[in-house]
Design a protein around this ligand. Structure first.
Ligand code: CDT
Length: 311
């Protein structure tokens, strides 16, 4: 019997800023350059960030919430992105890509697609936790109007069989919530793909600004370790339209250790060989859920939304 080791070479394709007027095809050219490098480095999966095709448009208010619809995709792959998926299939590389999704019946989601090495769609994820605000807040130096332009998804956190393992997705703010990882951990996830756009300035509490990089790795490393899974966090970083965003993309092992990390705030590819069998060391010992979890003690987690202090 031949035993094949389940090692997946994953490339995290960090992006630098995308200007407001930068065209889709200009961006796709940048994505293709990173894909070429991924092919040279013999990656099997390339992971692009959240909203990887456009500038982070929720930083501007429009009176009509449809005012940014030109930044949304009506189909995925679409006319401008087909070349990316065709080229990836030619290289035998799977693709994870974040984009703004406008459905036929008019719903707007912050989404990501996962395509396998043969070009077949594995699944699509729609962001569950939508941060920021709904209305213009002119006192902020820039807006974070995700809640104006995107609906909260009710699709949850599916996990798919793909790339020889169990793969799930989350998007940006989702990574800060332990429930995100546990939902997938309870489905045996071995690889979680997460794109993000994280401004360094957090208007509601600027005391958090210098901690952005720390909090980014803190939550992803904890999510990886506590669920025995690989986590790939990929930024769109650098100064975009005057707003400085966090870079520090990282590929995190089930031990919680960082296996690879970006060192620039621009377009940069980092690669790691992700041994999916490493997950079992955690899933079958300290975090043997079936043996040690006490779900009957965790009722508040699904039964209650906000804090209810004792009387
Ligand atoms: N894109 C995204 O979800 N960004 C948020 C910014 C903080 S909330 C204004 C994040 O959690 O990184």
């Amino acid at each position: 019997m031949v035993l094949t080791k389940r090692v997946l070479r994953v490339a995290a394709a960090q992006l630098g800023p995308i200007g407001r007027e930068e065209s889709r095809s200009d961006v796709v050219t940048r994505l293709l350059a990173l894909l070429d490098e991924a092919a040279q480095r013999r990656a099997e999966l390339i992971v692009y960030p959240e909203l990887a095709l456009t500038t982070f448009f929720p930083r501007w208010y429009t009176e009509d919430p449809s005012g940014h619809d030109h930044y949304f995709e009506r189909s995925m792959p679409g006319p401008e992105t087909q070349v990316l998926f065709d080229t990836a299939r030619g290289h035998g590389i799977g693709v994870h890509l974040g984009y703004a999704e406008l459905t036929d019946d008019g719903h707007r989601y912050n989404s990501a697609i996962l395509v396998d090495r043969d070009g077949h769609t594995v699944g699509r994820y729609r962001k569950v936790h939508i941060p920021g605000h709904e209305d213009d807040e002119p006192l902020r130096p820039f807006q974070h109007l995700e809640r104006r332009y995107f609906e909260e998804s009710n699709d949850g956190f599916p996990v798919w069989r793909a790339f020889g393992g169990l793969v799930g997705m989350a998007i940006c703010n989702d990574r800060r919530w332990p429930e995100t990882y546990r939902e997938m951990g309870l489905q045996g996830v071995e690889l979680i793909l997460i794109g993000y756009n994280t401004p360094l300035h957090y208007a509601p509490d600027p005391a958090q600004n210098p901690l952005q990089a720390f909090h980014n790795h803190l939550c992803m490393q904890a999510g990886a370790y506590q669920n025995g899974t690989w986590v790939v966090g990929v930024a769109k970083g650098g100064t975009e339209e005057g707003v400085e965003s966090l870079a520090q993309s990282a590929i995190i092992a089930p031990s919680g250790q960082i296996a690879a990390q970006a060192v620039t705030a621009g377009d940069e590819l980092i690669v790691a060989d992700c041994d999916l069998d490493w997950c079992r060391h955690y899933k079958e010992t300290l975090f043997d859920f079936a043996r040690y979890r006490r779900p009957e003690m965790y009722g508040r987690i699904t039964g209650q939304k906000g804090v209810e202090e004792p009387s």
